[in-house]
Design a protein around this ligand. Structure first.
Ligand SMILES: Nc1ncnc2c1ncn2[C@@H]1O[C@H](COP(=O)(O)OP(=O)(O)OP(=O)(O)O)[C@@H](O)[C@H]1O
Ligand SMILES: [Mg+2]
Length: 435
């Protein structure tokens, strides 16, 4: 899973120093950057390093479709630590077990008790040995998990506890998630911004991951367009390798750069794209569930795996990148999305998730225009000659792929991000760099 990272020597050293310092007292590291900047990669490297040194780790990797799924992230983090949970006072233990769906639900779990229980678990575990609490994509934490986790970590005063958080944002100076900058931990909180990769690092990235060495002018153009963003550099590189993209220096890129993600999806069969849309809207997609909802056959799963859009392990589906999940959902038509939500509502057992699908099936998410109605297409003699592109890979506001918080739904930071990468006609390279 972990691949060698290029061009992140300084950032990885920063993470190492942070982990070392957090063996003395609770500390927070907020790794932040725009979509695709490489946050998860650095976060995973930190997690792997902590594990290799014998540190205990509790990790949550929320996905966009789970934001409305109460305590999903907390469950990922704690479900396996039965021992720590079992020594809690009865009331807290019961509240936590109900929250994690380990005990019969008699009434709604009392959030203050769940928060105290989580605090108790963290401090107890840290008495044994150093602990790393790691949250990727913190902007997608479901609200109850965010509430109780914030409550618990803001009250940490001592002990070897590192909070390693990756945060997708275009405004790294914005108030920290989980209100961390308003807690006792504020003084020990560090923000680690991920800058653009260097030209040389992008060259190594393409060689290492895609086994391509584009001619220098093409590479320079690719670098300008991706602005050193590894995700977009890889997507452009894939297009080059597949022959669906040609990059001529100085010419125009007629579509938002995010649209490049659509190329890979559009080359897939309709049934595979439908299967992917279903997988994207289900909180915890498995092959069986997605088959039932979308009617897809094995061939669709095989095709998506071959195209490196998803990865299937023990029947569980994971998108190879969150942006591909957003793009898969965005690529479906509103009526297809409604139909898939309806089928999901009748198939999925979890009451909370069923209710959400029912709501979207009834009202219809305010989705982006389907690709066919996108006004922006490759015009004559485009620098990027390719098939149709969707206008956006972002999930719609109010969709199940959008967090119910301002930062995740058209808030100022998101708009800034969209503008910063709108690689439109004749845009100079400087307009592609981050604000
Ligand atoms: N320094 C690097 N070296 C090699 N590959 C990298 C590096 N940084 C990122 N990548 C690759 O680029 C892609 C995007 O990286 P990653 O998923 O870490 O970005 P992200 O910032 O977490 O994105 P998102 O905001 O969507 O969560 C992944 O395929 C990852 O493997
Ligand atoms: Mg990520």
């Amino acid at each position: 899973m972990s691949r060698e990272l290029v061009g992140r020597h300084e950032e990885l050293s920063h993470v190492e120093r942070f982990l070392e310092a957090a063996k003395e007292e609770p500390r927070v590291l907020l790794i932040h950057g725009e979509a695709g900047a490489g946050k998860t990669s650095v976060w995973e490297a930190g997690l792997a390093s902590a594990q290799a040194s014998g540190t205990r780790t509790l990790a949550a990797r929320p996905v966009e479709a789970e934001t409305g799924f109460g305590y999903a992230a907390l469950g990922d983090m704690l479900r396996d630590d039965h021992e720590a949970v079992s020594v809690l006072p009865l009331r807290q233990r019961h509240a936590l077990e109900v929250a994690l769906r380990l005990a019969e639900r008699t009434d709604s779990p009392d959030q203050a008790s769940v928060g105290l229980a989580v605090h108790g678990v963290l401090t107890q575990l840290a008495e044994e040995k150093p602990l790393v609490v790691a949250v990727d994509d913190v902007q997608w934490l479901d609200a109850p998990s965010a509430l109780v986790l914030g409550f618990a970590v803001r009250r940490l005063r001592s002990g070897p506890i590192a909070l390693l958080v990756a945060w997708r944002t275009d405004d790294g100076a914005a108030p920290a998630p989980l209100e961390l900058d308003r807690s006792g931990l504020a003084d020990t909180m560090e923000r680690l911004a991920l800058p653009a990769l260097s030209f040389g690092a992008v060259q190594r990235l393409l060689q290492q991951r895609l086994d391509i060495v584009p001619p220098r002018p093409v590479l320079r153009r690719l670098y300008e367009l991706s602005a050193g963003n590894p995700f977009f550099a890889l997507e452009l590189g894939r297009g080059l390798r597949a022959g669906t993209l040609e990059l001529e220096p100085g010419e125009r890129l007629p579509v938002p750069l995010e649209g490049v993600v659509g190329t890979r999806l559009e080359s897939l069969s309709a049934s595979t794209r439908r299967m992917l849309a279903a997988a994207a809207l289900i909180a915890q997609p498995t092959v069986a569930l997605v088959e039932a909802v979308s009617g897809a056959h094995q061939a669709a799963f095989d095709e998506a795996e071959r195209a490196d859009v998803i990865d299937i392990r023990e029947g569980r589906i994971r998108f190879s990148h969150p942006l591909l999940a957003s793009a898969s959902y965005a690529a479906a038509t509103p009526s297809d999305r409604r139909e898939l939500h309806t089928r999901a509502a009748t198939t999925i057992q979890d009451t909370e998730e069923r209710a959400r699908h029912l709501a979207f099936a009834a009202t219809g998410p305010m989705g982006p225009s389907p690709p066919s109605s996108s006004p922006r297409r490759a015009g004559p003699n485009p620098a990027v000659r390719r098939r149709r592109l969707p206008s956006s890979t972002s999930a719609p506001c109010g969709s199940p792929l959008t967090a119910p918080r301002a930062t995740a739904c058209g808030g100022p930071s998101r708009r800034r991000g969209a503008r910063s990468r709108a690689a439109t006609a004749g845009a100079p390279a400087s307009s592609l760099t981050r604000s």
